[in-house]
Design a protein around this ligand. Sequence first.
Ligand SMILES: NC(=O)c1ccc[n+]([C@@H]2O[C@H](COP(=O)([O-])OP(=O)(O)OC[C@H]3O[C@@H](n4cnc5c(N)ncnc54)[C@H](O)[C@@H]3O)[C@@H](O)[C@H]2O)c1
Length: 370
Amino acid sequence: MEKKKIIIIGCGRVAVKHVKAIKKLSQVCELKALVDVSEDAPAKVLESAKYDPSDVKVYNDYKQAIDEISPDIVAVTVPSGLHYQIAGYALEHGCNLLLEKPMTMSSGESREIYELSEQKGLKIAMGHIYRYFPLVGILREDIKNGVFGKVVCGDISVRWGHGDDYYSSAAWRGTWRSDGGALMNQTIHAIDLLVWLMGSKPVEATSMLSKKVRNIEAEDLGMAVLRMDDGALASITGTTATSDKEHGAQFSVYCEDGTVSLGLYKGKPRLDIRNGKGKKRNLRYIVKQIKLHGISSLTSALNPHHGIYKDFLEALENGRQPVADAMSGYSSVDTLMGIYRSAREGRPVELPLKEDFSSVDMTGFFEKNS
Ligand SMILES: NC(=O)c1ccc[n+]([C@@H]2O[C@H](COP(=O)([O-])OP(=O)(O)OC[C@H]3O[C@@H](n4cnc5c(N)ncnc54)[C@H](O)[C@@H]3O)[C@@H](O)[C@H]2O)c1
């Protein structure tokens, strides 16, 4: 099998995780180029990932890199406001995409990218890291197969504190145009996971946004309720206004005959799976995970990007969709835009959105509502 050629566009914080994942999978893929508008960024990423720079070309123009290398996979790790234009160019030029979240900044643009990938017969793997955590896939199957009975409701609480130093580290952070706030940046993976685990589709969003602590344009706190197409409800809390020493994310799905709770707290996983009688079922699922995917898969939460690349390379080889596919990118942005629109209009909003809504449409939201 020929090694898949990969280029990475955008050499900042998350790109290091991509390079480390590619290095671990060097039997089946190779990093051909890094692209960044900042001259010293590519070298820094290679150094941080301890990657041999000798075979990696460096570009400052993504179009030139795509045209010259014709990569199998383009990894898009630029600020979110640039995803749409780069993803579109790469798809038009025959490349599959590993696209960081959020897919784009608007529901219409995300739908376009999804449809373009379908039309071109190309695949997109989204950077929705939570889908790649251990046990998640097995639990999803069991929820889908009714092991816990009907899904009643779900909730997520993401407390991903970021100080003003994080927001001032790059001009795009916390802006409506290029990033969005705590829901759009830090909570979107969790929303994707909750909807995926519940196995139903959001049909209505109601929300409120707040700016409590951080000096940014968008929200540092958001709460929302989703009504799902099977009548289940999902509640969402996402904030970056809490301490940056205490990152935590909690996901629970409550069913008529059991409960599944997963979480991360300060980098450590948390698990509480119970049957209808309240009996813990954690061990049963850990053993199943080891039997199916090996003991090393239990630590995969430490580098979920490795899971994304491994799955994507297999998906390309076998002609199947990746675990977090193009549809997951589009639908999570559509849900997010419904949440934003509901806050702006002060009313529940029907999903999927019938008209395009962009995070840029939120410009001035807090000024008007203060
Ligand atoms: N899945 C995850 O766990 C995860 C984690 C962090 C960030 N992200 C996403 O990854 C993306 C990047 O985030 P980050 O924190 O690494 O950002 P960053 O600011 O640290 O890095 C972005 C890089 O892109 C470069 N860049 C800007 N414009 C460019 C252009 N036109 N061409 C080439 N390079 C360009 C910048 O110079 C910078 O080096 C965002 O969309 C973010 O939401 C995902």
